[in-house]
Design a protein around this ligand. Structure first.
Ligand code: NAD
Length: 294
């Protein structure tokens, strides 16, 4: 018999993820505060529910894809714990702070439920296409139960360790990405001022020790490297506002464990400046224009 999944949070990411569960034979009971998101999910074949508790009742597993830690904690403690059947599995795929992820997982365990944190790498296109990467925190047993559900929505499902380790992996990766993107942008801006042609510098650095994903897969200079948001007016891709959210989570987590992250802190301040200029919705490689003083 096919498994029934309660899906809570069917926004930009959750909508496509729920549609992929349906395509892979799962039944989906959907709830979102937004009428529009709910209508789209129903169109894809999900059962509309009037509350999170209603979506969860009778479901074998609960998947949440919500904006931030406060929403995740409120939904689980306020509705999911009280309405879920005894052996239901919980999967939070939102990007949230490590401390809240661990607190909610501990509270779930206290009620006898298994739970994983399973944040994703990949944006809306990967959510729609079922090609997300999931980084998963939780026990071996919870990971084993979660894997077939996550595999229906992604191309890679990786166990990162115990509770909260999925979130830890996500923010560490994105802090590194934020820092390398800033470094790549300032370097191209400086190379140009020193009289180097950007394509020539790319040809040299992309096969030298300065190479990084930010350069060779997502070059911030229009017309240089493979196709990327810089070739499209910095539209689409990974928004400045989302990078800033992840950098804030990373630097907060760093402070909570006494980790020294000067590059992460610098990247956060620079992305905050870019967001303050009204650019939160454009792609994060737009950093190069700010550093060039455009
Ligand atoms: P979104 O704002 O489009 O969707 C969130 C949805 O949650 C909305 O539809 C909202 O109505 C709903 N919601 C909020 N509170 C709720 C509640 N109490 N009960 C039910 N529904 C509620 O956001 P998104 O872009 O889909 O992002 C979701 C998560 O995925 C975030 O944590 C984000 O950081 C992460 N993420 C996003 C991307 C991306 O490219 N958009 C990439 C990786 C990770």
């Amino acid at each position: 018999m096919s498994q029934t999944i309660a899906f809570i949070g069917l926004g930009n990411m959750g909508g496509g993820m729920a549609a992929n569960l349906l395509k892979n034979g799962f039944a989906v009971r959907a709830f979102d505060l937004s009428e529009e998101a709910l209508a789209k999910a129903a169109e894809a074949g999900a059962v509309r529910c009037a509350s999170a508790a209603e979506a969860v009742s009778g479901a074998d597993a609960v998947v949440t894809m919500l904006p931030a830690g406060k929403h995740v904690e409120a939904v689980y403690t306020g509705e999911v714990f009280g309405a879920a059947k005894a052996d239901a599995l919980f999967l939070d795929c939102s990007t949230i702070d490590v401390a809240t992820a661990r607190r909610v997982e501990e509270a779930a365990a206290g009620k006898g439920f298994e739970m994983v944190d399973a944040p994703v790498s990949g944006g809306i296109a990967a959510a729609n296409g079922g090609t997300l990467t999931f980084m998963v925190g939780g026990s071996d047993q919870a990971f084993g139960r979660a894997r077939p559900i996550l595999s229906a929505m992604g191309k890679a499902v990786i166990h990162a360790g115990g509770a909260g380790n999925g979130q830890a992996a996500k923010i560490c990766n994105n802090m590194l990405l934020g820092a390398t993107m800033v470094a790549t942008c300032e370097t191209f801006a400086m190379a140009k001022k020193l009289g180097l042609d950007p394509q020539t510098f790319y040809d040299i650095s992309s096969v030298s020790s300065g190479q990084s994903w930010s350069m060779t897969s997502y070059c911030p200079v229009p017309g240089v490297g493979p196709q990327s948001p810089s070739d499209n007016g910095y539209q689409g891709g990974f928004a400045v506002g989302l990078m800033l959210k992840d950098l804030k989570l990373a630097t907060e987590a760093a402070a909570s464990v006494g980790a020294s992250v000067p590059m992460g802190n610098a990247a956060e301040s620079l992305y905050q400046l870019l967001a303050n200029q009204g650019e939160a919705g454009r792609d994060f490689s737009l950093m190069i224009e700010m550093l060039e003083g455009k």
